[in-house]
Structures are given as C-alpha cells and as structure tokens.
Design a binder for this molecule. Sequence first.
Ligand SMILES: [Fe+2]
Length: 404
Amino acid sequence: MTASILEDFKVYGETDIGWDENTPPNETVDDNGNLKPSGGFSQHDPNSPSRRVYDDPEVVALREKLRQNNGISGLEICEPHELERIIRIFRRDGFVVVRNLLDEDQLMRFREGSARVLKDILSIPGFGKRKYLTETGRLPHRYSYGTASSSRHLMHDPVWASMIDLPTTTPILTALMGTDDYFVTGGGGDLCLPGAIEYQKLHSDVYDRQDQGDERLAYARECGLIKVDPDKLFDELDFRTQRLVFDRTPPLVTINFMMSDLTWENGPIRQIPGTHTAMQNPPSPGEEPDWMRWSTLVGAQAGAGVFRDNRAWHGATPNLSREIRALPNIEYVPGWSGKDHFLKSMPYEIWETLTPHGKKICRYIREEPGVWPEGAGVMHPLARERKKYRGQNKSISFFSAKDL
Ligand SMILES: [Fe+2]
C-alpha cells in the first residue's frame, strides 16, 4: 500500500483502503502471525465468497442478496430525548439505536480519531503480498480498536475520553442503569475495511454468570428497575422474578457510535432482538438462518449510536462497499458489579480534563499522576507484539466488548 493512501483516508466516504485479493477468505493468524485453524472469533464463514475481489461473481451475488434483504424491517430509531421509548426497546430487544448523539464537531473529532488510530494499525505491512496484517484471532479486514491496543483500551486518547460524558448519552445511560452511579470500564470499538467479505460468528460479549442475586436485587430495587416485595431475599423470590432481576441488570452496556451511515452494503452490525436474556449459545455460522444474517442496523446514520446490552447476540457482517465501517465505543458497567477487574487505562492527565461526572465514573480506570498506563498507545495487530508492552498488569477484565 502506498503511503499516500494511508495519509489521506477517512472512515467515511469512498476509499482505496481494503479489498486485498491477496488475503484469502477466512485466513486467520495466531499470536505470532502464523496461520491458525477456524475457531473463536475467527471462526470461518462457510458461506463466504471464494475471492476477495470487488467484482468477483460470488461477491456480486452476495451483494445482490444484501441489497434485497439486509436490515431489520421496521428498525426503530429513537431521538435522544425519548427516554421512556429507549428504555422500553432496550429492555425488550437488548439494544436500541438512537440518532443525533453526536453534533457535527463531535462527529468530525471522532472520525479523525478513528482514522488516525486505524492508520497506526494499517501501517504495519502484511506477510508476503498481503496489504495488511490480519489481527490475531480475527477474520481478515476486521480490527478492534480495543484489542489491537496493548492497553486493550483507548482511554489515553483525548478523542475517546471526550465521548465518555455527553449531554445526549448520559441521561440515556442514567435511565438504562437506573442511576448515574455507574462506571466506565474502557473503550475502543470495532471496524471493518471494505472487502471484509466474511460474516463474523454470532456471539455475546459477556458471560452472565447469573450470580450476585442479592446484590442485583438490591440494586434493581433501589434504582427502581423492578417492583418486588421489599422484605424478600433473592432466594425467596419465585423463579420468574429471579429471572427478571437478572434480565434487568445487564453486567455491561456499550455505546457504539456510527462514523458513517450504516447501509445494506458497508457491513452494518447485526443484532438478534431478545437474546440478551438467552442462556443457550447462538447458532454457529453454518447453522445461522438467513433471517439472522439480515438482522442488521441498516438505516442508523452517522452520529447515531447503538446502546447494547452486551449479552445480546450480535456479530459483524460483510462490507462489500468501498467505505470503511468504524464503530468506536465506550463501555459502561453498573454499580453492583465488582471493581476488581478494572484496568488502569486512563492517564491521570486525561482524567483531569473530564467533566465532574466523567471524573466520577472513570475513577477506577485512572492511573496515578505521572504514570503512563501500561501499553497505552501501542497499536499492533499481533498479540505477540502487544504483550511486550504489558508485563506487570496481568489482570484482564472478563468483559470483552471490544470484539464486536
Ligand atoms: Fe462482540
């Protein structure tokens, strides 16, 4: 790839980035960059076109299928002030799309940051004739701003930090959580280049252990998330009510912001409504029905965001366009969750620039004055290289919302 392409590209509009025909479909690599078999988040898509070429007949055929079918029919998109509607949809579906979260300046700032960090990732050349180095454990042309960072977050970046507490998002988060006493655990986000022809498997980001029943019940009562007999302990509730306590207390809520309009062609994320409370696993790529493959957020526009209960089944879809699809995110956890799995990913000097509410909700990810967070700012597709900068802090959050 020529340097000029990397200098000029944007995460919206047409670009020459992507569509590397020298990267075979479903080719994935391990920590060291060696080819690895199907598995994990790099589980192969058995229905993928056989060549990563824009006008290949199989790509053209898939593009036509997407043009005809892609997108949730009647997707509800809310305005930021519609709090009751937002809560109702979020509890029902496990996600809700809200438009106009970012004003023009915020959108341009996030677009600049998204392109700048992606440039760091793509500046490392691929093996052989490949244009790009595929990220460890992911399908080709797909990257995570979080996992590609040695610190696993971008909380050291002023752009990401500036999106933590917005006039549009904080009232919504407060309504969904039932209180403003929640916490930021980090932020990064997901992106795919044009030519990401494979479907990523459906998955949940968090494994809800369905424990801490008494803590979650107390939280749900106090925050008004559930009406239940005030004298009963969790174990004394009937099974349906116990289930409802868990349903109403998601362990993690993430906002992904759209840097471009999500279209039928550019890799809109897919979300399967109602699966945030499912205990069974989602179908494998080979078993996934077409209706789930088309269950995507087509119609969400740049500056919108999707609030996700990270338990809900979701996955990335083919980007057959010529536009990068970037979804930077911020990740929030409720007050009942334990505090011992937070990584110190935010420099104190960044924390000082936050709003009073932002400072409060970021206090557990803040480093000490003068201490640079381990690995912050080191972007590399290969886990082997990232680990070199992460020697002391062994604890990794059990949350992994960065792998959308
Ligand atoms: Fe995910």
